[in-house]
Design a protein around this ligand. Sequence first.
Ligand SMILES: [Zn+2]
Length: 543
Amino acid sequence: MSKITIPTDPRISKFIADNVFVEGKHIDFNLYEPMKIVYDLNPPELLVLAGRQIGKSVYLASKSSTKSVVIPHNRILYVSPLESQAKTWSKTKLGPIISDSPRIGHFFKRSGNNVFYKENSLGSYIELTYASLASAEPARVRGKSADDLYIDETQDIVPDALPVIKETITSSLRPTVTYAGTAKSSENLTGILWKNANRIERVYKCTGCNKLNIIEYSNIGKSGLICSKCGKKLEQENSRFMVVSTNSKNRLVGVRLPQVIMPIHQTENKWVDVLNKYNQYSPEKFEQEVLGIPTGAGSRFLTLDDLKELCLPGKRMLKMIDNDRLNLYRNIFMGIDWSGEGTEDKSRTAYIIMGQKKTTGDVEVIGGGIIPPGNPNQTLDMVKNVAYAFRVKFFGADAGMGAYQNAILQREFGVQRFLQVRYVASQGNPFKYDPRVNILNIDKTAAIDTIMGIFKQDVYYPLLKKVAVPVMTNKEHMFKILWPQFEDSYPFFKDILAEFSQKGSSNRKIWTHSPDTPDDALHAVTFGFFAYVYFMNGQVAFY
Ligand SMILES: [Zn+2]
């Protein structure tokens, strides 16, 4: 542990203390003293990992508006997962702070500014946009450019979307990124960033036993923070921020701000609230929401045993042409998830070949492959050759990443057989075809719910029934997607098991995965399956 050697600029918090007004009042740094550090730190990348109710939204609004005035010609971009979050932040925090703080508001033009765009007479502007909860392709962010990038509610940003969001600052001479968010599982984006960050923690020195305490579950006492070794009460004046771990390979500086280190939450009344949560919450929930510690894994819907039950013993994943086997199927179709362009992720190209059994109407996985990132033309040739060899009739391919590859394959096989599929966040109809671009837009949550439900067999059967799968031959027979023998299917199962669900903002369920564990094969199945249903039916609809 060392004292902070990362440079700070106390002018920012000083300017804010003197000039920023929130609801008509100055920010009281006596009550929020630990917030000063995240105003004054200015590393290339900063993670503010916050407990609830520590003033994260005010922080983002005060800092961004101040930096738009202190630094002329500063291009500031704010990104949240949802449109509604960006709007709310603009209307309740950013807008009021600008208009109530004369030294800032003075520079902001009255005309041309709106909820999503605020420009000032110093040539700076603050632009707001959103990334969408589900999509790895944040279309609204693409093409924008910024010097200061603020990402809010980072825990709900899909990790796959991060490279595109960060693309916005590549043209800047002095780019900075500020991630602000709360803790969820250690597999969430905030958890992943924190794991790899140069970490700064508030450290309390015990006057009884000299232990340096980094605040965790065992520091919660009856009337305040206590030493986890000897139980003596910890005093705020014996605490300071320290660098507790360094990672020379990463420029990211992370600061954890537990609710309980804020003087405002240490008063007698407020501590009762803390204790209530301590008694009512599970330790995991308390750690995440009050202490800001990412903990635990995301929740998995499927187990390896669920998938094992779908395996057909003795049946191989086909590596070479076997016409007797291919003749068992009414139609053969293929799903493709193209590799991402980011260098930071581990995304590969995955393809899965499936056939619908003539006898039962079930779908069987016949073949598949996972191709590491490399020469896109070689990957394309490989996929094309496999498609010919397996007599693939219909294709569903990721529309987000493979625009070039899709154009080639579409010309090769024709639009009657080749469909691009794109994940979107909630839309009116979960499956909506856009003929202008030959893209089937599918609601990510509904689509993966359906595929996971099919894999799970019993529990989600009612959900499956709601999807008009025209390929079901017999209403009494439970439709299945079956796999070759376990040894052959296991590499693909790993991708499927990487996917976990969580409650996102607005309590919406979202499916995601950690960048350390790719999920490409799952999406290949999903794209292929829904493209097939679309081709057979002329549509995909709930009934
Ligand atoms: Zn002690």
